[in-house]
Design a protein around this ligand. Structure first.
Ligand code: F6P
Length: 359
């Protein structure tokens, strides 16, 4: 057997631990393993395809990022070709991926990615490619799996920030607004906010009202607590309003989600008269060492992905359905995105211990 691995989309802590486990599991079966650089670029002749040995994966399980490199502009069905004016033309180069994979003698491809990359993997599987997926995202928004590696690390990074903001907020009697990642799903904000005892948690799944946020802050003041911590997911939006966005990363691309914290801080200060500061945690949540939980989940996913190849589970992805790692059709996972259920016990508990969701 000759298999290849690729990592696509935004990185997440634990990718290297998946790569290590998959490579060692496959080598243990006497298979040959290749690493495709920068998403699918290596399969389009736009980057390298390298041989993976036990030496290639030595000492990487604890490292953030991915030794294979990644990109969120790597969709072979919409491959961006730069134009003179700085914009991009999109070409369908998926056929080339299949031809090149065949020429390389690949028996299977393990694609490690979030919903975008897994949707590409699914389309390649429909075209006849032997693909197995591994779900990855710090946002925890891939359905069919209890969680994804990277999420626990991101929550812990956000939690540390909340803890640090608490002491400075309390010392200055300020409101601190922390923006965490989560374009469409509020899992990072909910989990880190509840664990970090935030006073207000704002998530995309529960549109908020500024007046309710301010009510909570003022009520705390009346009760003698003159500081407040607001944790807001970047994709949270006011009722009847829109998500905050910044300019596109590259000409011709969609605007990037972000900027809600500074907008909110300004509005909270104006409405409550309380000094308010904001900060955006940003890509700190994506970098750095994966937690023990994420390393373990990543290792389990990597091993299970190779076993899925052995069982010819084409078009499937590995998933955690506690306590087991299972395989499910990619289509089932991609059918509906995973979002915070506003009736989930985490939300109920948060509300019952006084957290405001601004609704
Ligand atoms: O999808 C994960 C994510 O971390 C989002 O929460 C965030 O908006 C996005 O990636 C940012 O990605 P990039 O800066 O790589 O475009």
């Amino acid at each position: 057997m000759r298999i290849a691995l690729s990592t696509g989309g935004g990185d997440a802590p634990g990718l290297n631990a998946v790569i290590r486990a998959a490579v060692l599991t496959a080598l243990g079966r006497g298979w040959e393993v290749l690493g495709v650089k920068r998403g699918f670029a290596g399969l389009l002749g736009e980057d390298d395809v390298v041989s993976m040995t036990s030496d290639s994966v030595r000492g990487i399980a604890h490292l953030g990022g991915t030794i294979l490199g990644t990109t969120n502009r790597g969709n072979p069905f919409k491959w961006p070709r730069p134009q003179r004016d700085g914009s991009f033309l999109e070409l369908d180069r998926s056929g080339e991926v299949l031809v090149n994979a065949r020429q390389m003698g690949l028996d299977a491809l393990i694609v490690i990615g979030g919903d975008g990359t897994l949707a590409i993997a699914d389309k390649l599987a429909d075209k006849g490619m032997r693909v197995v997926g591994v779900p990855k995202t710090i946002d925890n928004d891939v359905a069919g799996t209890v969680t994804t590696f990277g999420f626990d690390t991101a929550v812990n990074t956000a939690l540390e920030a909340i803890d640090r903001l608490h002491t400075t907020a309390a010392s200055h009697d300020r409101v601190m607004v922390l923006e965490v990642m989560g374009r469409h799903a509020g899992f990072i904000a909910l989990h880190s906010g509840l664990a970090g005892t935030a006073d207000v948690i704002l998530i995309p799944e529960i549109p908020f009202q500024l007046s309710k946020v301010c009510e909570k802050i003022l009520a705390r003041g009346k009760a003698g607590r003159h500081f407040s911590i607001v944790v807001v997911a970047e994709g949270a939006a006011p009722q009847g309003g829109t998500t905050a966005t910044m300019g596109p990363s590259m000409p011709g691309e969609d605007r990037r989600v972000g900027g809600i914290a500074s907008r909110l801080a300004h509005e909270i200060q104006k409405a409550t008269g309380k000094e308010t500061r904001s900060m955006v945690l940003g890509h700190l949540q994506r970098g750095g060492m994966p937690t023990g939980y994420d390393r373990l989940l990543a290792a389990r996913f990597g091993g299970a992905a190779v076993r899925a190849v052995e069982q010819q589970k084409w078009g499937h992805m590995v998933a955690l359905q506690s306590p087991h790692i299972v395989t499910i059709p990619l289509k089932d996972a991609l059918h509906e995105p995973k979002r915070v259920d506003p009736s989930h016990d985490l939300v109920q508990t948060a509300r019952q211990i006084g957290v405001s969701f601004g609704d």
